[in-house]
Design a protein. Sequence first.
Length: 188
Amino acid sequence: MTTRYRVCFVCTGNICRSPMAESVFRARITEDGLDALVEIDSAGTGGWHEGDGADPRTVAVLRAGGYPTAHTARQFRASWFARRDLVIALDAGHLRELRRLAPTPEDAAKVRLLRTYNCGTGPAADPAELDVPDPYYGGFAGFEECLEMIEAACDGLLEAVRAEVTSDAPGPAEPRPGLHRPHHKESA
């Protein structure tokens, strides 16, 4: 593979869920030795927080988990599809909005829900069942819950992206049920 495989995580304002997913997935890619092959970023469907850092609760949860916290919010643009191989939506609303924004059917096919990569989740009749809930208007526990969901799904996403970058298969990384490295949360 001569070019880097590019993954972008997208939530609403790019200050809670998507920067969390970006940090977790970057750590997974680095741990797996794929950081030279995979580029990771994040954005929001809206531009309300462009230029801002991540929500302080996101930063606190990431720090507690041992993840990097540097982040500047941005808004996803339709032109970005040409430079991304996989666009990961954090909930069904983002999925719909990103697919509407996609300039071509091929670009729309690049958009996936993060939790479809979570082994054991299985195909859900309602995509909303696979949402990572927005913790913004809640307490700190909601941010911790989001991190746990993101960590579990990023393990499955890592398997799919690894298969993509170590083969000649073109196209967005498909969820691959059953390929999941168990995540063991360390107790404090």
